[in-house]
Design a protein around this ligand. Structure first.
Ligand code: NCD
Length: 305
């Protein structure tokens, strides 16, 4: 039985296969509309979500399957004191596959020890978010036609942003990748990502505080929200929340074929005016999330069209 907890649980070949399957699904949706007939996906979301939960549910429905679950810790028995392990043990009696989001790092990993069905990590605290990474990779592949030879700027909350951590890990396995890490000093990437992932793989990188200084070098600009819910005090959040605001004036010096990604939700970090720029990919990215989750569900359940 396969789970997906960390993006590195998948080999480069397996990621390629999932992206190829997602592209096939996009080309011929009807072919896949009954693949999950009779199967159920449970979404166990202990933390808020719009895209991740709804795209998982839409993905299962478009494969002909059904969905059940809860969308907040408050509406589950965790408020009565039930452990994640017990919740998962029980839900794996009702569902064929489980997508779980939890505020505690490692909770989905713990769930794999109790589950009789595949567990997908839909975000665990400030740690990992592997299905957002698959979404990001599919988006880069569709926008750029490749996952190699790219200079990728990651901007915003690199410390707490789990999408950033997972994306850096996944991209570290492709040729010709360079990272430009743009953040306030207080929100730099965690030490373990810098040493264990970037430096260990000899990937060229730089850490800067100014977006304007580097925007012209980038093929991809991955914007992120400052992760309010992970801050220990509100004053720090208020001081840092508007560190970067991408607007049309900053895009003047960017490449003509820059791709701007954002896992969403956005707060202030991308001005609305940017939405009309053809380089803005973030809403296409959200759509890609549904197709790649369809491909992932099929893969973990061992199903073919
Ligand atoms: C991200 C997350 O939950 O980590 N959202 C998402 O899944 N698309 C990013 C965020 O919340 O800022």
């Amino acid at each position: 039985m396969r789970h997906l907890i960390d993006p590195m649980d998948l080999s480069v070949k397996e990621i390629d296969d999932i992206l190829n399957l997602a592209l096939n699904i996009i080309d011929d949706k009807d072919k896949y509309s009954e693949v999950c007939k009779g199967k159920k996906l449970a979404t166990l979301f202990f933390e808020p979500s719009t895209r991740t939960r709804l795209s998982f549910e839409a993905a299962m429905m478009e494969l002909g399957g059904n969905v059940l679950g809860f969308s907040s810790a408050n509406s589950s028995s965790s408020t009565k004191g039930e452990s994640v392990g017990d919740t998962v043990k029980v839900v794996s009696c009702y569902a064929d596959i489980i997508a779980m989001r939890h505020f505690k790092e490692g909770a989905p990993m713990l769930a794999t020890m109790k589950s009789d069905v595949p567990i997908i990590n839909a975000g665990d605290g400030g740690h990992n978010h592997p299905t957002q990474t698959l979404t990001d990779l599919l988006t880069i592949r569709r926008e750029k036609g490749r996952l190699s030879n790219l200079t990728i700027g990651l901007c915003g909350d690199l410390m707490f942003g789990r999408t950033v951590h997972s994306l850096i890990k996944a991209l570290s396995r492709y040729e010709g990748i360079k990272f430009v890490l743009i953040s306030p000093d207080e929100l730099k990437i965690p030490e373990y990502i810098r040493t264990e992932v970037i430096e260990k793989n000899n990937i060229p990188y730089k850490e800067v505080t100014s977006m304007e200084d580097v925007i012209g070098e980038l093929d991809i600009l991955y914007m992120t929200r400052v992760q309010k819910e992970r801050f220990f005090n509100e004053a720090d959040y208020i001081r840092l929340k508007d560190s970067y605001i991408l607007d049309n004036s900053k895009l003047v010096s960017a490449k003509k074929d820059l791709s701007i990604l954002h896992p969403l939700p956005r707060v202030n970090e991308i001005a609305i005016e940017v939405d009309d720029d053809p380089r803005a990919c973030y809403f296409r990215q959200a759509l890609n999330g549904k197709f790649v989750r369809m491909a992932l569900i099929m893969t973990l359940l061992g199903l073919e069209a």
